[in-house]
Write a protein that binds this ligand. Sequence first.
Ligand SMILES: Cc1cc2nc3c(=O)[nH]c(=O)nc-3n(C[C@H](O)[C@H](O)[C@H](O)COP(=O)(O)OP(=O)(O)OC[C@H]3O[C@@H](n4cnc5c(N)ncnc54)[C@H](O)[C@@H]3O)c2cc1C
Length: 261
Amino acid sequence: MHSLKITKIIDETSSVKTFYFPHNLKSRPGQFVMLWLPGIDQKPFSISFDDGRTFGLTIFKRGALTDKLFEMKINDRVGIDGPYGVGFSIKPDIHHIMVAGGYGAAPLAFLAEELIIKGNNNIDFCIGAKNKDSLLFTQRLNNIRLRIATDDGSSGQKGLITDLLKNIITADSRPKFIVTCGPELMEKKVLDICNQYNVDAEICLERYMKCGVGICGQCAMDDLGICLCTHGPVVTREVANKIKEFGVYHREKSGKKKYFI
Ligand SMILES: Cc1cc2nc3c(=O)[nH]c(=O)nc-3n(C[C@H](O)[C@H](O)[C@H](O)COP(=O)(O)OP(=O)(O)OC[C@H]3O[C@@H](n4cnc5c(N)ncnc54)[C@H](O)[C@@H]3O)c2cc1C
């Protein structure tokens, strides 16, 4: 566990901030860290930026730990462990279509920047949000082909980000690779579209995680039994197709099933 100082805080939206820490994390896009606030909790967060000197976490304010984090200032310290988990493949030669919803844009922005460093600029970054004010990273990603969909039409196309995806897939017959991270029902739609058009994909999933190292079994996925913290959070299309609970239910802290619909 490293005790790290916050060196920069960016207000992304009214409920999302990116916190930067001076540390060579040696992470891959899609991996996560456990962030510990003594006396409060320890929670997993995807790495949203890592240039080898500094890394960033993009955090949505939603409960005890994130509320406390939002009160913190530059030079305050947090505990960081990691990186953990399996990240996205880095494929330098293929057209990537990235589908991000909410803070799911965090690991995908990091992936897009990593691909550009490797010489792959062939990226469509599709980002969906409720409205213009909830969109993440539109400035940060201004050198990438951004495709935007909002529920109310205040930015980009009105409607679902998955509608844009179909149009991009069918625009030409060149090989494509799809990566997605966001609300699980959105990810399930993306998976269904990938299956329909037979396009390879990687999906970053989220489950309640406690230990992060595959010991506690909290994030075991039915009915493969794999722990998402060590076999994921990024899984291939083939694995996602075998996870029976994907898009159907997840488990609360107590282990009780909670259905998405
Ligand atoms: C691999 C992974 C990557 C994540 N990346 C991000 C990220 O980049 N940005 C971000 O804002 N959030 C991310 N999360 C979710 C984040 O861990 C929870 O939102 C956070 O733990 C909420 O903590 P809290 O104490 O503020 O709220 P709480 O009141 O404790 O929880 C609010 C809700 O968050 C979810 N949650 C709480 N604890 C966990 C946990 N240990 N694991 C998973 N979900 C939990 C539950 O649905 C819960 O109802 C990620 C989760 C996982 C598993």
